[in-house]
Ligand binder design. Structure first.
Ligand SMILES: [Cu+2]
Length: 376
């Protein structure tokens, strides 16, 4: 049995040169200069991140408008193939996919990516709120009817469906453009994967894999006591003592793996393939399309709703033993050896923000309070 796990193995403190690259004047939050050693930073304002379904229509609209604004602004990083400011954040993720998935940097990197995105929405697009999150367990097993896909007060609907087909299509078919909602006319210039081919945002909503977002799969991760156990559970459903197959050859080089047709199940034993049941994979595979691609998934604005949801889970877990867990990091710094070597992740590792603000050390993102955000 081939585990689909592998497909989704997505896979300075102060040094901060920081804020330099961001337009500061209207920014009221300094997400760059605090860390666990300073648990009570002086935040001018603490942003309270709330679940999408709890926002008013007006709040939803203001968020969606800000994302459209980001899509209409030109790139600032000028990274290859980046056209818009929105693209800058896709490149940030695409170009480092091998470093930020399947290793210890997974949660820290995505935490700072969410914070920078939130900050840029506020400072460059006039957004006044906090980055919302998608409370996915509410919609587990029924993503196709989730209100977050509303055309007016949501992210638009499913792909057009023209390219539906066997269930594995959502993993590597990925060719079904959305046709409704605020982002239907946007042209991505990054992705799929490592390619850079202009295309519309793709989705292929799939209810069965979305059941991996159910609360029970979060709970089993929450019960673990170390980051070394917790992060692999959240990312890929790996429980202590279980193994994780390596990615198929060629994966992460831009080509999707040549999986033969077969059934996909979230429950081992039901099908030829089993994709790992994890909070991370439920959102990615359940939405499919851009989101189903571990490298270029930030091409769908839902990526930020999903990863803020995961960030909240990490923070809830950290808060259960905060003193210890804000300093708990584990794993390597890459998904495959770099120059033949595995390197352990540490609090002093520097995360490359590729010009979207300055680089940060892992230490600086360990405590959400240092980023001036909290969750409902
Ligand atoms: Cu990612």
């Amino acid at each position: 049995m081939v585990a689909l796990t592998s497909i989704l193995s997505w896979t300075s403190l102060i040094t901060l040169v920081a804020s330099a690259a961001l337009p500061e004047p209207s920014t009221d939050i300094d997400v760059f200069s605090h860390g666990p050693k300073k648990p009570q930073p002086k935040c001018k304002q603490v942003l309270k991140r709330r679940a999408w379904h709890k926002l008013t229509n007006r709040e939803k609209k203001s968020y969606l408008d800000a994302v459209v604004c980001l899509m209409n602004k030109p790139t600032k990083t000028k990274l290859p193939f980046a056209v818009s400011r929105f693209d800058d954040f896709i490149k940030l993720h695409q170009l480092q996919a091998n470093r930020i998935h399947g290793d210890g940097w997974f949660l820290p990197f995505h935490r700072i990516q969410m914070a920078r995105y939130e900050q840029v929405l506020r400072s460059e697009c006039g957004y006044k709120g906090a980055q919302p999150y998608w409370d996915e367990p509410r919609d587990a097993g029924r993503f196709s009817t989730a209100e977050i896909f509303d055309d007016e007060f949501g992210f638009g609907g499913d792909g057009s469906g023209e390219l539906g087909g066997p269930i594995y299509i959502y993993i590597y078919g990925l060719r079904s453009p959305i046709t409704t909602g605020p982002f239907a006319t946007y042209t991505l210039h990054t992705g799929p994967g490592y390619k850079n081919i202009p295309h519309c945002i793709w989705r292929q909503i799939a209810d069965i894999p979305s059941s991996a977002s159910a609360q029970q799969w979060i709970d089993r991760c929450m019960a673990l006591s170390t980051y070394a156990e917790f992060w692999p559970c959240v990312e890929n459903g790996i429980m202590p003592g279980s193994t994780f197959p390596p990615p198929p050859p060629g994966f992460l080089e831009g080509e999707l793996p040549p999986w033969p047709p077969g059934n996909v199940s979230v429950f081992p034993g039901d099908g030829e393939f089993v994709f790992a049941i994890s909070p991370h994979n439920g959102g990615h595979v359940g939405v499919g399309g851009e989101m189903g691609n571990p490298v270029s998934s930030p091409g769908d604005p839902l990526f930020y709703m999903h990863h803020t949801f995961l960030d909240r889970i990490w923070w809830m877990w950290q808060k259960k033993d905060l003193g210890r867990r804000v300093g708990d990091i584990a794993g390597y710094t890459s998904q495959t050896p770099l120059d033949g070597k595995w390197v352990n992740a540490t609090l002093e590792d520097e995360l490359d923000m590729m010009g979207i603000g300055g680089n940060v050390r892992v230490r600086e993102v360990m405590d959400s309070r240092g980023l001036c955000v909290e969750y409902d």
